[in-house]
Design a protein around this ligand. Structure first.
Ligand SMILES: Cc1cc2nc3c(=O)[nH]c(=O)nc-3n(C[C@H](O)[C@H](O)[C@H](O)COP(=O)(O)O)c2cc1C
Length: 325
């Protein structure tokens, strides 16, 4: 069934859930909505080749509450990217093109961040998708391949010319992978050069970060990835601030542990105990990063295989924390 909430008004979007392969599932997006955010969600990257060869309905079907939803496609062939866009179009609010993934197995074939080396090809893909689907199309990219090959401004201008509805810049190069800090000043430089909206991405982990980033970049909105992984209230708190200048406090440890317990329980319901618990190991670091001895607790949590044991350790963490404060 097609979503009734599929329509999107790009000018109203201030916060985007950045694509997070292997992380952002239906439970993840449900938690974001539970905490009140109306942000634009993004699927994890979907290989256009894979989709064309094996159009598995599971990849394209989403729940009502996950909308508005951008489908992110990855690939470097115009025909495959256009065909993939056509497959997802009835289910998508818009299409996003991945020009930023730095992973070796993606870039070797010319996909992801390697698209920054072929700007005209990226623009042709974007135009073809837009002409075929009539949906809004954006691209998410990095500063360039390496420090000596930064071409984000030229790259974005070619995409703008080709009809991009907005762009998202993760302010690191491909060579930097996830090291160092995102260079928000460069996002500000890009903003000055484009007429279409620019979304800032990289290292926005708190409301304060969002405020600073928007001040530095003067961007139209922000895209958040890892910042949501230990705090599902972050997108809502940013939206609330931007709309009404109301600052809602970051959840304290007790609230974060409650959030983590709910997340764990929903993933177990979704995937079963064994897989749900394995999946949740990716998150502990983010939830408890602010506390003393976080790495010791994380090491303990990732070894546990039963929900009951995990809940017991989480209660112990809270108890120790409270007795120290
Ligand atoms: C586990 C993980 C998976 C990611 N998957 C994707 C992806 O599928 N597509 C994409 O464009 N970026 C992907 N990214 C990059 C993020 O969308 C984002 O650009 C990056 O993490 C920086 O933003 P952040 O500091 O808010 O996390 C991924 C990042 C992480 C950590």
């Amino acid at each position: 069934m097609l979503s009734k909430n599929k329509e999107i008004n790009i000018n109203e979007i201030k916060v985007i859930q950045a694509p997070l392969a292997g992380i952002s599932d239906v439970v993840f997006r449900g938690m974001i909505r539970k905490y009140g955010s109306k942000c634009l969600m993004t699927t994890e990257m979907i290989s256009s080749e894979m989709l064309c060869n094996n159009p598995n309905p599971k990849i394209i079907q989403f729940e009502e509450f996950e909308y508005p939803l951008a489908f992110q496609l990855v690939g470097h062939k115009i025909d495959k990217m256009t065909a993939a866009a056509k497959i997802v179009a009835p289910f998508a609010s818009m299409i996003d093109i991945n020009c930023g993934c730095p992973v070796k197995k993606v870039v070797v074939s010319g996909d992801g961040a390697a698209m920054m080396k072929t700007p005209q090809l990226a623009a042709d893909i974007l135009k073809s998708i837009k002409d075929t689907t009539n949906l809004p199309v954006s691209a998410k990219f990095r500063l360039g391949w390496s420090n000596n090959e930064e071409n984000y401004i030229e790259f974005a201008k070619i995409l703008e010319q080709a009809g991009a509805d907005f762009v998202t810049l993760h302010a690191r190069t491909r060579s930097a992978m996830y090291e160092g800090s995102a260079d928000w000043k460069k996002i500000g430089l890009l903003k000055k050069e484009l007429k279409i909206p620019v979304f800032a991405n990289g290292d926005i982990k708190t409301l304060e970060d969002a405020k600073n980033c928007l001040k530095i970049t003067k961007c139209d909105g922000i895209s958040i990835g890892r910042g949501i992984m230990g705090d599902f209230s972050l997108p809502y708190r940013i939206e609330k601030y931007l709309k009404e200048k109301i600052e809602i406090k970051e959840p304290n440890l007790e609230e974060k542990i409650e959030m983590l317990k709910e997340h764990l329980s929903l993933e177990i319901k979704n995937m079963g105990e064994t897989n749900g618990i394995k999946f949740m190991r990716k998150f502990y670091n983010y939830y408890i990063s602010s506390i003393k001895n976080a790495s010791k607790y994380r090491c303990c949590l990732v070894r546990l295989e039963k929900e009951k044991e995990i809940l017991k350790v989480l209660d112990e963490i809270l108890c120790i924390h409270n007795s120290n404060h």
